[in-house]
Design a protein around this ligand. Structure first.
Ligand SMILES: Cc1cc2nc3c(=O)[nH]c(=O)nc-3n(C[C@H](O)[C@H](O)[C@H](O)COP(=O)(O)OP(=O)(O)OC[C@H]3O[C@@H](n4cnc5c(N)ncnc54)[C@H](O)[C@@H]3O)c2cc1C
Length: 396
């Protein structure tokens, strides 16, 4: 950690998995004086709360641009994890056993059948399993399973170790990291980024990456001087900024202790999932709640997550519940990530709105945002996710 510098080449707002991944990619491309500013501690929000599933196929209903982005990012993970290990010595526990998806009702069976149809037609790795075949792979699953899918290429990662590895990698690469410091507003000069105003003072920069997760939309554009107002249409940047609305969506998680571990795969049903970890924790999730910035765990949350986990494996009913927590997923109005430069404010790049898939999308987000900043090339893969899609100004 460093003291707040007065000037930086690029300021990354937010030290979650996304901000840290972008900063590392910028430094790997040779950019110097990259600065991450984090309001609290690194990775202590949604990136800490997550289950670490890298499972683009398990819940996808069609092959669209978002699915492609997720699949590409998953496929980057083995090299991403290996590089982080080389850079830091930290093993992020990439687990490649695959994902099982179980059906218990007629409706579940139909849902799985549709997924199997489109994914096998698209040539994706997917297997349909009878209940018996699924139980051979995972003996602890319920007798009530009717059928299952196996996604052999989906993976999981220990997301808390991932955050630690990214933090160490950034420090090793010379990225400045300042914690306990909030970015309050972006300062503009004639419609372009001139700096960021923080709780610790002003940092001059011409490039800002908005990676503040669920809190991204609380950051404002700071007042311009009268002289600036005369030289630019200062409403436009402000409107452009306000048009990207990221909201928090609470997800609660439970952790049971089990020795020996009762599952090898990440196992989903349409009502929940369980994630076995190598340290004998069994994670279970989650809820999807629109309750603002409240991060409490509730009795109803514990009840519904436990019920979904016990449906998957009745053995879970007798396991001790050792930990529970909640996190706030950053969600844009159309559920898609917000990635790339903002057309109306030169120097602002978004890397947010990753909602349910920020751990999965961290490697590709880092790569594509760093490419956009350093090489000034916006990859076609980003077009669909541009912040400009929310702009109130329609160009005809
Ligand atoms: C219960 C749960 C389960 C999940 N499971 C998965 C999963 O299995 N797989 C998956 O891919 N994704 C999962 N997710 C989603 C994933 O956690 C998020 O998409 C991802 O962590 C978003 O990363 P982020 O860096 O954008 O946000 P965060 O991790 O929330 O980081 C944003 C950071 O910005 C900081 N910040 C905000 N405002 C400011 C400011 N003004 N100044 C300075 N700093 C600021 C915050 O303090 C925070 O540290 C899950 C989420 C939850 C809640």
């Amino acid at each position: 950690m460093v003291d707040l510098p007065k000037i930086a080449n690029v300021v990354v707002v937010g030290g979650g998995v996304i901000g840290l991944s972008v900063a590392r990619s910028l430094a790997l491309r040779g950019l110097r004086d990259v600065l991450v500013i984090e309001r609290g501690s690194l990775g202590a929000e949604s990136s800490f709360a997550a289950a670490g599933m890298l499972a683009p196929q398990a819940e996808a209903d069609r092959a669209d641009k978002f699915f492609e982005l997720c699949r590409q990012s998953r496929d980057l993970y083995p090299a991403f994890a290996a590089s982080l290990r080389d850079e830091t010595g930290i093993d992020v526990e990439l687990e490649t056993t695959g994902t099982l998806y179980l059906a218990f009702t007629e409706e579940d069976v139909n849902e799985l059948e549709e997924r199997y149809e489109w994914q096998s037609r698209a040539g994706l790795a997917i297997e349909k399993l009878s209940a018996e075949a699924a139980r051979q792979l995972e003996p602890a699953i319920s007798e009530n399973v009717r059928t299952a899918l196996r996604f052999s290429l989906d993976m999981q990662v220990e997301n808390r170790r991932l955050v630690r590895a990214l933090a160490v990698a950034n420090e090793t690469l010379g990225v400045g990291i300042v914690t306990e410091t909030a970015v309050e507003s972006i300062k503009l000069d004639r419609g372009c980024v001139a700096g960021v105003k923080t709780s610790g003072g002003l940092v001059t920069t011409d490039t800002v990456v908005m990676a503040g997760g669920a809190w991204t939309s609380l950051i404002t554009v700071s007042e311009q001087t009268t002289a600036d107002k005369n030289q630019s249409d200062c409403n436009t940047p402000d409107k452009a900024f306000r048009s990207v609305r990221i909201e928090p969506v609470r997800g609660q998680m439970l952790s049971f202790t089990t020795a020996p571990q009762i599952a090898r795969h990440v196992i989903y049903s349409p009502r929940g999932y369980i994630v076995p970890r190598s340290d004998n924790r069994l994670l279970a999730g989650s809820t999807t709640e629109h309750v603002g910035f409240a991060k409490q765990v509730t009795d109803e949350g514990v009840r519904s997550i436990t019920a979904a986990a016990v449906e998957i494996s009745p053995q879970i009913a007798s396991l001790p519940l050792t930990e529970s927590w909640a996190g706030l997923r950053p969600r844009a109005p159309d559920n898609l990530p917000v990635l790339g430069p903002c057309a109306e404010i030169a120097g602002v790049f978004y890397a947010t709105g990753h909602y349910r898939n920020g751990i999965l999308l961290a490697p590709i987000t880092g790569e594509l945002i760093a490419q956009a900043i350093v090489d000034k090339v916006v990859a076609p893969a980003l077009n669909e996710f541009s912040p400009d899609r929310f702009s109130v100004v329609n160009v005809t």
